[in-house]
Design a protein around this ligand. Structure first.
Ligand code: PAF
Length: 284
């Protein structure tokens, strides 16, 4: 496994691989890798000749300075995990390498970017589109792998890929959960032991809420989830919405969609956690 920080060097290596007819898979990450990331890397290794993983904490997607400053960074451990998972190239650039000049591009990401995270983290998806478009331009992957915990991010990236006429196939991969149900996230590392014990209530409540469908209406399910989680003093729901999987627009009635997804953001102390659940199988 090669660890590369220069764009030029990575381009040269990958161009040689391409000349040898190798397919290239890509897993973009911000490091602090956990089993969720590693499951993406393993799938990438399986489905492509070459696997590239990037590690870059992208400043333009953080709308909160404190969140950027405290984002966990574990580069040595990340590289050890990637090597074991069979990754071929780790791309770990500096900020100067990725942004020699400030990136002033504005992406038109459409209605999928204007709800939920788009409302609560203004500018976040534009920053994601800036970095992912740069990485796709450098790596030119055949396939790129994203985890479904960031459900809305995948929809936004698909719009970006269309907008830029890119050929990369976006592969979405299931959420990995800890044994207690908590969706795996690099931010879990920042939870205190007490918070870590309480946070699984989020996943537990989402799962429980599927048992009320379709008997309870959409608003009743939303109220149940929000109230149950907010009853735990350590947790504070920022939003919970039930949306159509494709449009990401709110549904008011189960009959409006065949594929409703519940998306949630919750503060656990200072740490912001997101998760989602499908209600699809309850409607068929
Ligand atoms: O999902 C993430 O970790 C980031 O948003 C990504 C896709 C690596 C872009 O910085």
């Amino acid at each position: 496994m090669k660890v590369i920080s220069s764009i030029c060097e990575l381009r040269n290596c990958l161009s040689e691989e391409r000349q040898n007819n190798k397919t290239i898979g890509f897993v973009p990450t911000m490091g602090a890798l956990h089993d969720g990331h590693i499951s993406l890397v393993k799938r990438c290794v399986e489905e492509n000749d070459i696997c590239v993983t990037s590690i870059f904490v992208n400043p333009t997607q953080f709308n909160n300075k404190q969140d950027l400053a405290t984002y966990p960074r574990t580069p040595e451990n990340d590289c050890a995990l990637l090597k074991t998972a069979g990754c071929d190239y780790v791309f770990a650039p500096t900020e100067k390498e990725m942004y020699p000049e400030p990136d002033t591009r504005i992406f038109h990401l459409g209605p999928v970017a204007e709800v939920m995270e788009g409302v609560h983290r203004p500018g976040h998806f534009n920053g994601v589109a800036q970095i992912v478009s740069k990485l796709f331009d450098i790596i030119e992957p055949d396939k790129a792998y994203f985890g479904e915990k960031d459900f809305q991010q995948i929809a936004v990236i698909r719009v970006m890929v269309k907008e830029l006429n890119l050929q990369t196939e976006i592969v979405s991969c299931p959420i990995l959960r800890e044994v207690n149900g908590l969706a795996m996230s690099s931010r879990n590392m920042r939870l205190t032991p007490e918070q870590h014990q309480k946070a699984p209530l989020i996943a537990h409540t989402l799962k429980e809420s599927t048992t009320f469908v379709p008997e309870k209406n959409v608003q009743e399910v939303i109220d149940y989830v929000v109230n149950t989680i907010n009853n735990e003093p350590v947790l504070q729901v920022e939003y919970f919405d039930i949306v159509d999987r494709n449009t990401l627009q709110s549904v008011k009635n189960w009959k409006e969609t065949t594929d409703p997804v519940g998306c949630i953001a919750v503060f656990c102390g200072e740490v912001r956690l997101i998760d989602n659940i499908t209600y699809k199988n309850k409607l068929s």
